[in-house]
Design a protein around this ligand. Sequence first.
Ligand code: FAD
Length: 278
Amino acid sequence: MNKKIELSCEVFPPKGEDYNNKINILLNEIKELYSHNLALISVTYGAGGSNRDNSLKLVKTLNDLKYNVMPHFTCVCSSKEFIEDYLKKIESLGIKNILALRGDEPSEIDVCYRDFTGANDLVKYIRNKTSFNIAVAGYPEKHPKANTLDEDVQYLKQKIDSGATKIYTQLFFDNQDFYNFREHCEKYKINVPIIAGIMPIISYSGLEKMTQMCASKIPNQLREKLEKYKEDSKAITEIGIEYASEQCLDLIKNEIDGFHFYALNKSYSTVKILNNIM
Ligand code: FAD
């Protein structure tokens, strides 16, 4: 492989009781993942209703342990004061990268501030107030609320023009969707690295939940194979490793800039995939 491919993984902060035990388990998984030449570990913020305080706590822990950590940060329903304060907190830790997102309106929130309407407002604000390298989200199958991919990519272009320098994509299972998305990015003169979001499938029910949440489609052939083994979690994991490895190898052949693994806080499958492709 000639081209340098950037590798990263996403983790989410543990929820519920027994935080200390859960964090120790997660740190072991991260240690294993990071030993495979990862450029960074990203930490989700409030995704799927996860606790936002625990996100900052995990970011601090990983930063103290000298990992290159990229916090995700969403602006939906947050006041300008809160956003300013949060950015100061993570900047004071010496963190260099941030993934700027709008997020989805959390159901449990009482007051929804409208100081920032979308990720583009947040990118502009971060650009003006801080020295972070800013990354943003992109959607190979278009954002579920967008009318067309064209419209969606034009909006993505605004985020790049406002100062974002990298795109992390939503997870996808059909590389043709990614290539089509990349062509749209070229059409709108988006010239920043596009890091492909890859999710190793580790359970059938988990896959259904994730793909519904992200509105990513599962190709028929893959679905049929998974359905055959849906009660056999070991077989599902192996199918997931095989599928993601083939997906990554095809993307490498087609000059991918990098992979961002939605590792679901587990190292096993992602490490196997990395061993298969690098
Ligand atoms: P935006 O870029 O603001 O907009 C989303 C879409 O809305 C656009 O693609 C566009 O189609 C449309 N749109 C918005 N504004 C305009 C406009 N002015 N004109 C026209 N169209 C417009 N969520 C979390 O809560 N926490 C996380 O940690 C998290 N991490 C993520 C990581 C990645 C890599 C990805 C891909 C998504 C992540 N999400 C996360 C989910 C994300 O918050 C949702 O998809 C959300 O609905 C949109 O966020 P965004 O930053 O893409 O929003």
